[in-house]
Design a binder for this molecule. Structure first.
Ligand code: GLN
Length: 495
């Protein structure tokens, strides 16, 4: 097989090749590492490439196979967003303050991937502490969108999304606090799943907004997402908010493609508003028609508090972030800039270690939590959050899932929204509510506008992943958007 083709195959297509020993894990990993060397100079998806670790793991995977052993992801090369801890591998969070931070432990999700035999290619670029929608807030560099190098890949898991889309990883982990898995998945034309709050352990995920954060998966198709999610999901005693509920075999459940007969899909009218790019709306409406033809019933529903999603999110997320980030003081982790006394050391470390967006959020969050304003802002936001949850609960009594665009527009130009934080925040207008209500969602490719991908978002009830994936799969089986690959190319040897 030519190595070029390997970059385009999905995990479920490569696994049987590995199992039948038509391809070795070392060959596969080498192909990916070569692709990274050839393309990452243009794309900037990785902060750290762990070539040696990867080849070591690949060799071990091949040895295991030679001894007749198998594991669900044995020999599959994956990437991890750099806000997720990896033992002995630098975890920077896209920040100067953790530029040289070496975690002494693996996040539970990473440990589970390792246990399943996955190969770790490296750590991907992210907005600093996952605060952003474009990777432009990374302290190191901006990732380019593989469909158009002058555009952002979305964020904050933009490195993971671009790597998977361009064939620089077979799949990746990201984190989603307000859309950071789904939004970059949409802008890069791949699949991204934000699991129910508590479905995947947050142990080892560097905290942004603790009541919102979830680790999610980014893959080229729905079946791969099902495969990875099953590995990382499940109860973890190390995370007090992790849910003790059985994990279905998501992938097996896809196999019974029953079409969409009997499925009720809610179309929230507040998600089809003025301001959404016409091409995006057209693509999503077409996707809804495909689902209708496959047997689904479309029902218009209302989530009346949608317009408060962004203000609620930016009060709660910044409040939690300001508290979570207090730990970076030059004493316990990462950067330390000496001052004349303890206070000056704190100030200097934080002044030099954090970037502008992170500082903006620490200030906003501290203000919202301050004694004089707590009731007016933070408490009010928590109350409004309850109303938002009730909107979702009410809607999901009438329908099985909700469908809408993942983002109001396609990938924007690098620099376009950097000086206008409000515009940047608005790119998450359709994703933040789901984190506030703790439910699950998926973004999957549903079309293109001028060569740039459009994402369809499905949102479901707590622990509704299995149903979401089945509906997404039924749609995917009837379309070929997930088979399109970005035009980026290099001359590769060994074809
Ligand atoms: N873009 C949103 C923010 O900046 C969401 C980030 C995320 O999900 N990590 O907070």
């Amino acid at each position: 097989m030519g190595t070029t083709e390997l970059y385009h195959l999905s995990i479920h297509a490569v696994l049987p090749l590995l199992q039948r020993r038509m391809l070795s894990a070392v060959e596969l990993t080498r192909a990916y590492l070569e692709r990274i060397s050839a393309l990452d100079g243009q794309l900037h998806t990785y902060i750290t490439v762990t070539a040696e670790v990867a080849l070591d793991q690949a060799r071990q995977a091949d040895e295991c196979r030679a001894h007749g052993e198998d594991a669900p992801l044995l020999g599959i090369p994956l990437a991890i967003k750099d806000v997720i801890c990896t033992r002995g591998i630098k975890t920077t969070c896209g920040s100067r303050i953790l530029e040289n931070f070496m975690p002494p432990y693996d996040a539970t999700a990473v440990a589970r991937l390792r246990q399943a035999g996955a190969v770790l290619l490296g750590k991907t670029n992210t907005d600093e502490f996952a605060m952003g929608s474009s990777t432009e807030h990374s302290a190191f560099f901006t990732t380019a969108n593989p469909w158009d190098l002058t555009r952002v890949p979305g964020g904050s898991s933009g490195g993971s999304a671009a790597a998977v889309a361009a064939g620089l990883a077979m799949g990746a982990l990201g984190s989603d606090t307000g859309g950071s898995v789904r939004q970059p998945a949409a802008l890069c034309g791949i699949v991204g799943v934000k699991p129910t709050y508590g479905r995947v352990s947050r142990y080892g995920l560097v905290a942004h907004g603790s009541s919102l954060d979830q680790i999610g998966v980014l893959t080229r198709d729905v079946r791969d997402a099902a495969l990875l999610l099953r590995i990382i999901a499940g109860h973890d005693p190390l995370d007090a908010t992790s849910l003790d509920a059985p994990v279905p075999d998501y992938e097996r459940e896809l196999q019974r493609d029953e079409g969409l007969r009997g499925v009720k899909i809610g179309v929230p009218k507040e998600y089809f508003i003025a301001g959404i790019e016409p091409g995006v709306e057209t693509a999503v409406r077409k996707a809804l028609n495909v689902m209708e033809e496959a047997g689904a019933t479309l029902v218009e529903v209302s989530l009346p508090h949608t317009q408060y999603g962004i203000p609620i999110y930016y009060l709660i997320a910044t409040a939690e972030a300001s508290s979570n980030l207090a730990r970076y003081d030059g004493v316990r982790y990462g950067l330390r800039v000496e001052g004349e006394d303890m206070w000056q050391t704190f100030f200097r470390t934080r002044a030099l270690g954090f970037g502008r967006e992170v500082k903006r959020r620490i200030m906003l969050g501290t203000y919202a939590l301050s004694a004089g304003y707590y009731d007016a802002y933070y408490l009010k936001a928590q109350k409004a959050r309850t109303l938002l949850r009730q909107d979702f609960e009410r809607a999901l009594q009438q329908v099985d899932v909700l469908a809408c665009p993942t983002t109001p527009g396609v990938a924007f130009r690098i620099g376009q929204k950097l000086d206008d934080p409000l515009q940047m925040y608005l790119s998450d207008v359709f994703t933040v509510s789901l984190n506030l209500v703790g439910m699950c969602g998926i973004s999957l490719p549903c079309g293109f506008v001028d060569g740039l991908p459009v994402g369809l978002q499905l949102m479901g009830p707590p622990l509704g992943e299995s149903m979401l994936l089945r509906i997404a799969y039924a749609y995917q089986q009837r379309t070929d958007w997930h088979l399109r690959r970005p035009p980026i190319s290099v001359q590769v040897s060994g074809g």
